[in-house]
Design a binder for this molecule. Structure first.
Ligand code: AMP
Ligand code: ZN
Length: 674
């Protein structure tokens, strides 16, 4: 293949994979199998390896986090993971039942189970210890995700009872409860991170993360529903018995599993859960019916794709039609604009729906939504339902397309959209009211500075009164007690309480402060990683984009947002003020042991990536010999310790100011010589 051909193919594959990722994660509606996706991804990787000049930092092969582009070891299943034949109709269930009876007679039972909407997992235990966890993959082989699965509390790593086979495989479904999904997803949206379309995608994305510590922080659950072992049929007569046993070994088995004497009882079970499934804390998409007896299961056997002794009945997603009335554009604290469809109120899955998410401008275009349209609305795992499509039959011929606003509905600033991003932003972060208020609300929130005695409404009131314009003002409230006491609904007691809360927040560790600043794309996890890596805000502020990207799982988008943030003088000024107020802007470390004073009175800036030492180690070396670290290059600086990939502007500045630029080796020599 010529480089020109490769370039074209790389571009094609990149566009396709990005579209699939979007369909998968945002629309929850992938149009391609995992397997085909992986094939395309492999092809792209291979081309990028052969033609590294075309490797783009934005390539789908470079994505980390909740993407299906992660690579894990591929493992063959001991017993293939087949799929289930499925149906939406009662008649087909009766046909299934008739086939079963023709094969094994009338003397049998069914086990009816909920069909959990998560991702299937195969767990292998040896001598009671979890050895391997593998995703279904293509049914023959899947991804080895053991490290991640070990973090799920509902899956035992070691069985505490006895009586289980020496070697067995147990299968189940990993899922996330809806309330946890909503809470975590809202956090992601607030942090400017990509939201998941439903709990299933969240669970699937989580299991495929590279960072098991992050997996551990996300509450996953798992129902087990199938046991396999060489001697299984000698231990148990039927599926039901095996489930009882599995439960006693410490596995989570769904309590709603039921034994049914015949197809009518199974149909009654289906009808019952069609209604009651909305009261469950997790999503199910149907019911699975299994012939109970192992001997009878063997008689029935398998087709190439699925067992003949089992079938699933799927519930139709609840969808209603209603009139689309208008779009509201909401501005979040990071300036992200979210279009929301206002609908003629309609009853859906037990609640009245008035609004539905439209995600972004691309989604409006994809739906080809026009004024006055009649739309189909569906309820997934989210509180706010989704517009699935337009009923074209009811569209009037002169319906006008939706025009996405050019300027911010709150402050009239022209909106911007970065290349490759779907979301529009209002760039007026210092002047746009919902951004100002939202940022302060974020700052004081529980996961950030957790300021007691202050709430979202307090912030709004104080903002309206002109008491608060930015986070710094929070720490100046102490000097404004005379104004505070004059405010309605503010007694001395609540003021004291609030001021004590503000004072206490100064004890919050650096990672919380960093998260509280509300830098776009810097959620809790990212803040923790950055804090741990850079140790203090000055070092972080001085870091180049490339240096930030060197941190594990920090991508270009985050790195760019961080450098942009610190390039802004207003932010630097704010950070200085926060320092003066005594907030923790560095990781608290054991006081570095003094090894000497060879560097006494000298100042240093560390920049770039080093061969021998990490930045933390270099920092420790300098400080332990009496040197001081500065955040930026100025005339006062004594040395710039430079590694690879240093920002060109920094280099130019150091050269212009004639600051000595030294390597890590030269730093050591400097210490040795003094
Ligand atoms: P399908 O993907 O529609 O072919 O359905 C098969 C999948 O349903 C299996 O791979 C499982 O992941 C999932 N499933 C959910 N609940 C159950 C259950 N109780 N028994 C068997 N499979 C289940
Ligand atoms: Zn605005």
């Amino acid at each position: 293949m010529s480089p020109a051909e490769a370039a074209i193919r790389i571009e094609e594959l990149t566009a396709e994979l990005n579209e699939y990722n979007y369909q998968y994660y945002v629309l929850a509606n992938p149009s391609i199998s995992d397997y085909d996706f992986d094939q395309k991804l492999k092809e792209l990787e291979e081309l990028e390896r052969l033609f590294p000049q075309f490797l783009d930092a934005d390539s789908p092969t470079q994505k980390v986090g909740g993407d299906i582009t992660q690579r894990f070891n591929t493992v063959r299943h001991r017993w293939p993971m087949l799929s289930l034949s499925n149906t939406y109709s009662e008649q087909e269930l009766r046909d299934f039942d008739a086939r079963v009876r023709r094969a094994i007679g009338d003397d049998f039972e069914y086990v009816c189970e909920l069909k959990f909407d998560g991702l299937s997992i195969s767990l292998t235990y040896e001598n009671g210890v979890l050895k391997r966890a593998v995703t279904r993959g293509d049914g023959v082989q899947g991804d080895d995700v053991t490290a991640n699965v070990r973090t799920i509390k509902k899956i035992p790593n070691r069985l505490r009872t006895e009586g289980y086979p020496e070697l067995f495989e147990i299968r189940g479904e990993i899922f996330m409860h809806r309330p946890a999904f909503q809470r975590l997803n809202n956090e992601r949206i607030e942090n400017g991170e990509m939201a998941y379309a439903n709990p299933r995608n969240f669970a699937a994305g989580t299991i495929k993360l590279q960072d098991s510590a992050e997996v551990a922080r996300r509450p996953l659950d798992c129902f087990l529903y199938f046991l396999n072992a060489d001697n299984r049929n000698r231990l148990f007569k039927n599926h039901w018995e095996s489930l009882e046993a599995v439960k006693s070994w410490g596995f989570h088995v769904c309590e709603h599993t039921a034994l049914c004497a015949n197809i009518d009882e199974a149909l009654a079970f289906i009808a019952k859960w069609e209604k009651e499934r909305h009261d469950l804390s997790y999503d199910i998409d149907g019911i699975v019916i299994k012939v109970n007896d192992y001997g009878q299961q063997e008689e029935l056997g398998f087709t190439a794709k699925s067992p003949r002794w089992s079938i699933s009945y799927k519930y139709k997603a609840e969808q209603v039609e209603t009139v689309f009335q208008s779009v509201s554009y909401q501005v979040g604290r990071t300036g992200a604009v979210t279009p929301v469809a206002n609908l003629k109120p309609v009853l859906l899955a037990g609640t009245t729906v008035k609004r539905a998410s439209l995600h972004n401008a691309n989604e409006i275009a994809r739906l080809d939504l026009r004024e006055g349209d009649t739309v189909f609305v569906e309820k997934g795992g989210e509180i706010i339902p989704k517009v699935m499509g337009v009923n074209m039959l009811k569209r009037s011929p002169d319906a006008l397309p939706i025009v996405y606003p050019l300027s911010c509905p709150e402050c009239s600033t022209l909106l911007v959209r970065k290349a490759g991003e779907a979301v529009h932003y209002c760039p007026n972060d210092e002047g746009c009211p919902p951004q100002i208020v939202g940022r302060m609300q974020h700052f004081i929130s529980r996961k950030a500075m957790d300021i007691e005695g202050m709430g979202d409404e307090t912030i709004e009131t104080f903002y309206r009164q002109g008491l608060l314009r930015n986070i710094i003002d929070i720490y100046a409230l102490q000097d404004k007690q005379d104004i505070l006491i004059g405010l309605e609904r503010f007694g001395q007691k609540s003021i004291d309480n609030m001021l004590a809360g503000i004072e206490k927040s100064k004890e919050k560790p650096f990672e919380k402060v960093l998260f509280a600043l509300g830098i776009r794309y810097v959620g809790e996890t990212v803040a923790r990683k950055l804090a741990l890596h850079f140790k203090n805000i000055d070092v972080l502020a001085a870091a180049s984009k490339a240096e930030i990207e060197m941190v594990h799982e920090i991508g270009e988008r985050i790195a760019e947002s961080v450098t942009e943030y610190f390039a802004n003088d207003i932010h630097r000024e704010q950070i200085e003020r926060l320092k003066q107020h005594g907030l923790k802007l560095a990781v608290e470390e054991k006081v570095t042991k003094r090894l000497g004073d060879a560097l006494e009175g000298k100042s240093f800036v560390i920049s770039g990536v080093f061969e021998q030492f990490s930045r933390e180690e270099l920092t420790a070396i300098i400080e332990s010999h009496g040197g001081k670290l500065l955040s930026s290059i100025s005339g006062k600086l004594d040395y710039l310790v430079a590694g690879d990939k240093m920002g060109p502007s920094k280099l130019a500045k150091a050269e212009k100011l004639r600051i000595p630029i030294i390597s890590e080796k030269e730093l050591l020599q400097l210490i040795a010589n003094n």
